[in-house]
Design a protein around this ligand. Structure first.
Ligand code: SAM
Length: 254
């Protein structure tokens, strides 16, 4: 199904917001206010909450992409620029960050390590309606973003639309731990996160949402099936740190 023929999600449809079930029409505003609240402490909180491991996962994603100078990357839900900047620093040609939250992008624009980067643009926009023409990019990524999107299938279909033939879509997202012993340790750690959020960012609620939204996100195989349903071929995923996170990849074949 192409994006143009896809019906809009019913605004009254019940949808997940962490453990809460809310109207689909309300999710985007709730998500925006979470990231308004965490924007200024987002980068430091990422390091604290993941003990720095998010950097390793993001580096793994960039290694899998293997950036080249003739590639344009559209990074959906790009936030403060971690993926786009890594792509450019490792030889990518041009990167466009698309995010609904201007506060997050403003925090990113202040980062000294990003100021010297050429060919980086910041675009206010929704992953469900990407503000780019069909076939605009060789690569589309979304890192820790799809979980927050209201109509995830629509965002996946949009990634397909803006990719050039033979383009690739990568999703790095929290996922589901595979080993039961590891899952118990991870649950314990997760239950402490709202407390860290309160201590460092003076905001426990946003981090409670984070924990709950991870648990309600589709498991690895289900997300892979969602990619295939929107037309992606050669869909594969790779678990990171025993499935705490996973990278899904799909190709838009010619
Ligand atoms: N990708 C960055 C990273 O890995 O550090 C930021 C991830 S942050 C957890 C999630 C981002 O998704 C936020 O900046 C938020 O504003 C953005 N976001 C949420 N829903 C979105 C949507 N529908 N379209 C675009 N961005 C969205």
């Amino acid at each position: 199904m192409t994006e143009k023929s896809r019906p809009q999600i019913d605004p009254d449809q019940p949808i997940d917001f962490g453990y809460e079930t809310i109207r689909a029409a309300d999710k985007q505003d709730r998500v925006r206010s979470v990231f308004d609240s965490v924007a200024s402490s987002y980068d430091i909180m990422n390091d604290v909450m993941s003990l720095g491991i998010h950097r390793v996962w993001k580096d793994t994603l960039i290694r899998m992409i293997n950036p080249a100078a003739d590639q344009h990357l559209i990074d959906l839900a790009g936030g403060t620029g971690d993926i786009a900047s890594r792509f450019l620093k490792r030889g990518g040609g041009k990167a466009s960050i698309v995010d609904i939250n201007v506060e997050m992008m403003m925090a990113g624009r202040k980062r000294p390590d990003l100021s010297a980067l050429q060919n980086l643009s910041w675009v206010a926009g929704n992953a469900e309606m990407i503000p780019f023409e069909d076939e605009s990019a060789e690569l589309v990524t979304i890192a820790f973003g799809l979980r927050n999107v209201t109509d995830r299938s629509r965002a996946i279909a949009e990634a397909f639309r803006v990719l050039k033939p033979n383009g690739r879509f990568y999703c790095l997202e929290f996922s589901h731990v595979q080993n039961p012993a590891m899952a118990r340790v991870y649950d314990l750690w997760s239950s402490a996160l709202p407390g860290f959020g309160q201590l460092i960012a003076k905001d426990s609620e946003s981090y409670q949402y984070l924990v709950e939204s991870i648990l309600r996100f589709p498991p690895q195989e289900e997300l892979a099936a969602m990619f295939a349903a929107e037309g992606f071929a050669r869909v594969k995923y790779r678990n990171l740190t025993n499935g705490i996170a996973a990278i899904h990849c799909g190709w838009k074949l010619d």
